[in-house]
Design a protein around this ligand. Structure first.
Ligand code: GDP
Length: 456
């Protein structure tokens, strides 16, 4: 009993009070825990109504739905159970306390259920990451990509590639091991390198076709820039108030830039208000300005807000921010200026801006058109011709190292050193194995599971 793997439990649903609270249990003592709490283990995989009792006093704590999933046909591959309780604080506390007193049971650490699913081979590492992304997804596009990754979009392909490399490697090893024997064909290296070449080209092409899939996790960055009092903050507030706005859950990375997270046409978009960008003699403020400017310059798109009721101001500020390729001209305060002045400002900018809009941030006129254009921009930005094979820098790096190893193997050529070819193919296979977590990934596991919440 002492060496038994701990049985873990946690509240897997959101914080009480809530309509329902889901407590999950996983590990060898799950059945015992169920018997302790509800007097039995229900029929596997069927919801059963059960009275949950305090094991010490016998008092009924709640009436719940109980589910029993004996391993290995469970999410983690181990014995599991789920109690769907009424979501009151005292109920949850009493159940967790009773579980804590059950022999061999302890509270789960963040991501520990998923970690067990990974360790038991139920999920590969890319699927684990997909699950983390799915839970974190704010928008429909993020959700879709994460779900496909959870279901093997990346892992299955990487595993197929790894198997093909191992087949090529087997040819080279056969050539090395049995080179003295008369009945081993001479030309095993040729076919091995041919296969390696095809794989190399395929992986490189898929990598190139993965487009901005990595960026979908973070979102597009759109900076709102322009002279003071042009209406940048007013526009930001208007956009943020829209129904689709994600209430900004993160504080700005610098205190000089206000950011708002939006869901535009299903895509995540971070709006930066660079109102803080202005010339200053104060060194601290200068530093803030420098950082705000750097963020705006790194943005995927700059909305240059121009006060259309005042002529000429924006022209002086045509600096490096707007001179970057993706910048749109937004003539604001059309309610004051009317069309005529807006058009004048527009002509001054027709050279540097890709698109021009006329809006009133105050009345909202024209803002829908701007939002629509932002949605189209996001769609184009994230448009992928291929299903992505890299949605994180980790994936891209592993695949790039795979391609590099294959390149080195191919560089040897048919008359090259067989040992070197074998070693490089082995390395390529190992990189793909690291991608899916098949081999040697202890170092990345903690980083990946750190992102999970308790109960997942
Ligand atoms: P920022 O310095 O660029 O962030 O500009 P603000 O958003 O603070 O706006 C400066 C002033 O212009 C405020 O008094 C706003 O109420 C006003 N303002 C902003 N947009 C409009 C607009 O479309 N029409 C009118 N009439 N006033 C506006």
């Amino acid at each position: 009993m002492t060496s038994m793997r701990p049985t873990i439990f946690a509240l897997s649903s959101g914080q009480p009070p809530a309509a329902i609270a889901v407590v999950r249990i996983c590990g060898p003592q799950t059945r015992v825990a169920l018997e302790t709490l509800i007097g039995r283990a229900p029929e596997p995989r069927r919801a059963a109504l059960a009275r949950v009792r305090d094991p010490a006093s016998g008092e009924v704590i709640d009436e719940a739905l109980a589910l029993w999933f004996p391993g290995p046909r469970s999410e983690t591959g181990e014995d599991m159970a789920e109690l769907q309780l009424h979501g009151g604080r005292a109920i949850v506390a009493a159940v967790l306390e009773a579980l804590g007193k059950t022999e061999g049971c302890r509270p789960a650490e963040p991501g520990e259920f998923t970690r067990r699913a990974f360790e038991n081979g139920r999920l590969d590492l890319t699927a684990v990451e997909g699950l983390a992304d799915l839970i974190a997804a704010d928008t429909a596009a993020q959700r879709r990509q994460a779900f496909r990754q959870l279901k093997g979009l990346i892992g299955d392909r990487a595993e197929a590639w790894r198997r093909q490399i191992i087949e090529a490697l087997a040819l080279v090893e056969a050539r090395i091991d049995f080179s003295d024997e008369a009945d081993v064909p001479e030309n095993l290296i040729g076919p091995a390198l041919h296969a390696a070449q095809q794989l190399r080209d395929e992986i490189a092409a898929k990598l190139a076709g993965s487009g901005h899939a990595e960026r979908l996790r973070e979102g597009l960055v759109v900076a709102i820039a322009g002279p003071p009092n042009a209406g940048k903050s007013t526009l930001l507030n208007r956009l943020a108030r829209r129904e689709a706005a994600i209430v900004s859950p993160y504080p700005g990375t610098t205190r000089d830039v206000i950011e708002v997270h939006l869901d535009v046409a299903g895509y995540p978009l971070t709006l930066l208000d660079t109102a803080g960008i202005r010339d200053s003699n104060d060194p601290i403020e200068q530093e803030g300005v420098r950082r705000a400017r750097a963020r705006a310059e790194a943005a995927d798109l700059v909305l240059w807000i121009n006060d259309a009721s005042v002529l000429g101001i924006a022209a002086e500020k045509t600096d490096e921010i707007i001179s970057k390729s993706n910048s749109w001209m937004v003539n604001n305060k059309t309610d004051l200026a009317g069309d005529k002045l807006g058009k004048t400002a527009e002509s001054q900018f027709s050279q540097s801006a890709e698109k021009t809009f006329a809006i009133s941030a105050a009345t909202g006129a024209g803002v829908d058109g701007l939002v629509e254009a932002l949605g189209a921009f996001a769609r184009d930005f994230f448009a992928m011709t291929e299903a992505p094979v890299a949605t994180r820098a980790r994936h891209r790096a592993a695949l790039e190292r795979t391609v590099a190893a294959l390149d080195r193997a191919l560089g040897e050529g048919e008359s090259g050193r067989e040992e070197v070819i074998a070693e490089e193919l082995r390395l390529a296979a190992t990189e793909l194995g690291r991608l899916t977590g098949r081999v040697d990934v202890e170092d990345v596991l903690d980083v990946i599971f750190r992102d999970f919440c308790i109960g997942k």
